[in-house]
Design a protein around this ligand. Structure first.
Ligand SMILES: Cc1cc2nc3c(=O)[nH]c(=O)nc-3n(C[C@H](O)[C@H](O)[C@H](O)COP(=O)(O)OP(=O)(O)OC[C@H]3O[C@@H](n4cnc5c(N)ncnc54)[C@H](O)[C@@H]3O)c2cc1C
Length: 580
């Protein structure tokens, strides 16, 4: 009965919002403390493959490896499974205040802003913690990057990762049969991962498209070969519901007997014998276990935590390991090439007075697979433009946030004031690093993305902001009496001057949440961690397969590429073990 379903969802969202309000984010890997530090590890048995981290890349990798019936595969995942709340795309920011988010923070980032006393800001760095990983809490924007990105990987001595050699792996997992306006030659139609458009693009986002077209940009399939231009969002939902790595790849094979999901279990160390990985130590319910790998250990713990795990296991920069008295097994630049996108938003008011839906009306639409709850943070269009420095992305959003007011659920923002374009720097020249805080595996790593420390990064975003003003001030928007919201912290600078935008970006900018490069793939162990088969340089039986291996950033988002990496890793492993 639809009314029962609506009652259930209203109540369930209410409960989650109440829990969110009192949620205290962790500062360590809380919940995993050992009952007895001195107790010997419990034997967890022998598996052909052990995957540490069942996230975005890890979930697809686990599915593909366990297709080989004679192999048994263990996934050690620190989180649990998503639920009906995390499956609603529009509440993804709600799940950031829950145990589905690791809730890391950056080290203080230099961001001078006239409105704040300190020139430093610590920034939240959310990461998913569940089977499916960050795909359980992310923004659902399916965006692969451009042909030129992968050809740059190829040109770095990684020919196997040039566009023509990664395209089959993007296509293999995808089912794009519901997408409109795409280049069919570069999409897959038989894979388990459904991608959809948004059915209810707002008049303002459509106008944004028209404005960009009149400025010379094309309407494009931004997952095609050339991403420059603007397109309607392609999103990771199935009938409007979040299509996480868990929902798309693991739940349909939950009864596969050769795949064991060991959830709520934190991997703390890779066991090494000489240059061979032999197993993984992990903590579950405050007890230590050891699982042994007959063939391989694969780290898919994400860009932050695969780097941390390698360092805890003695693989990393010797200066860093020695500082924490960790015996150096192998000197490699783990954590050294940390790159992240950086973003900020520019909002406008208009004269539109569209009727707001009630949450219940929106829920009724959600259950039919349409409406505002089927998109995260209201993302409607995605555009990529070049600047003189680096490409920048423009995403338009009509945000609808559900909040609790006097115990009733309401949308938190008004339609007329919430049209925002977000700008994202895609190829930053600022490079950060990941370090250990301690040799204690229960401490979070130190994450320093080093945002905006290269002057070209700020300059690119300033140029992009001035292009955005042109888009907003174009004739198409005139009838809406559009007005760009000025940032009061930066009112001492003339609007639209370089100084004004520099100020706005530093005062309001935030992480792109697309970290990569920390276990970079490359030819030489001097500047990379894994080779083109994703094997850790100088090691046998140990690979990394997650966004951390991405050698240079993308003109796009990350999860589509993380899946491609999981897909390709499975192929490489099958080849190396004579299965293909
Ligand atoms: C808030 C947010 C919004 C985003 N929006 C988008 C978007 O719209 N589009 C897009 O393309 N990308 C987006 N991204 C980025 C994208 O989701 C990630 O870059 C991508 O999913 C990373 O995949 P991964 O496999 O490398 O890591 P993850 O998916 O993060 O997986 C790592 C997994 O390992 C587990 N793990 C970590 N350490 C351990 C350990 N020691 N032991 C056991 N398990 C462990 C984690 O719990 C997690 O499940 C977003 C990310 C965030 C956080």
């Amino acid at each position: 009965d639809i009314e029962d379903d609506l009652d259930y969802y209203e109540q369930f969202i209410r409960e989650n919002l109440v829990a969110e309000a009192s949620y205290v984010p962790p500062a360590t890997y809380r919940g995993f403390q050992l009952n007895d530090e001195n107790a010997p590890p419990i034997d967890f048995g022998v598996y052909d493959f052990i995957i540490a981290g069942g996230g975005t890349a890890g979930s697809l990798l686990a599915r593909r490896l366990s297709e080989v019936q004679s192999w048994n595969v263990l996934v050690i995942e620190a989180g649990g499974r998503g639920n009906n709340f995390t499956d609603i795309p529009a509440v993804n920011m709600g799940s950031w205040s829950s145990d589905y988010n690791w809730a890391f923070n950056s080290t203080p980032q230099r961001m001078e802003c006239p409105a704040t006393a300190s020139p430093f800001r610590q920034m939240s760095l959310p990461r998913g913690r569940a089977i499916g990983g960050s795909s359980v809490i992310n923004g659902n924007v399916f965006s692969r990057g451009s042909q030129s990105d992968y050809d740059r990987w190829g040109a770095r001595g990684l020919p196997n990762w040039s566009y023509e050699n990664v395209l089959p792996f993007f296509k293999k997992y995808e089912n794009a049969s519901r997408l409109k306006g795409i280049d069919p030659e570069v999409h897959g139609f038989d894979g388990p991962f459904i991608v959809e458009n948004y059915h209810n693009t707002s008049e303002l986002s459509e106008t944004f498209i028209q404005s960009m077209i009149s400025l010379g940009y094309n309407l494009v399939d931004y997952n095609g070969r050339n991403v420059i231009g603007i397109g309607h969002v392609q999103k990771s939902t199935r009938n409007g519901r979040r299509n996480s790595g868990d929902n798309a790849f693991i739940r349909p094979i939950d009864n596969r007997r050769n795949l064991r999901l060991q959830i709520n279990s934190l991997a703390t160390k890779v066991l090494l014998e000489g240059n061979r990985a032999t197993g993984v130590e992990f903590i579950n319910r405050n007890r230590r276990y050891v699982a042994r790998a007959r063939f391989e250990v694969i780290l898919s713990s994400g860009a932050y935590q695969s780097a941390q795990l390698l360092m805890l296991s003695g693989i990393g920069p010797s200066s860093e390991l020695s500082r924490h008295n960790i015996p150096v097994q192998l000197e490699l630049p783990v954590g050294r090439n940390y790159i992240d996108h950086f973003s900020f938003g520019v909002s406008c008011t208009t004269n539109l007075t569209a009727k707001n839906l009630t949450v219940r009306e929106a829920l009724a639409q959600y259950l039919r697979g349409v409406g505002p709850l089927t998109i995260s943070t209201g993302t409607e269009t995605v555009a990529f433009c070049n600047t003189s420095y680096t490409p920048v992305e423009y995403v338009t959003m009509v945000t609808k946030t559900i909040s609790l007011v006097n115990d009733s659920l309401t949308f938190g923002t008004q339609r007329t004031t919430d049209f925002t374009a977000y700008l994202m720097l895609l190829h930053p020249k600022s490079i950060g690093s990941i370090q250990l805080k301690s040799r204690d595996p229960l401490q979070y790593p130190l994450l320093n993305p080093n945002y905006l420390q290269h002057e070209d990064d700020l300059a690119a975003l300033v140029e992009a902001s001035q292009l955005l003003v042109k888009i907003y001030e174009n004739d198409q928007f005139k009838k809406y009496n559009l007005s760009i919201v000025r940032d009061s912290s930066c009112s001492s600078f003339p609007f639209n001057s370089d100084d004004y935008w520099r100020c706005v970006i530093r005062c309001t900018g935030y992480p792109g949440n697309h970290p990569c490069g920390t276990c970079r793939m490359g030819v030489s162990p001097n500047d990379s961690v894994v080779n083109e088969r994703l094997v850790v340089h100088g090691m046998r039986n140990l690979r990394v397969a997650d966004a951390g291996i991405i050698p240079v950033s993308l003109t796009g988002h990350m999860f589509a590429t993380a899946y491609m990496i999981g897909e390709k890793a499975a192929h490489l492993i099958k080849e190396d073990h004579g299965i293909l």
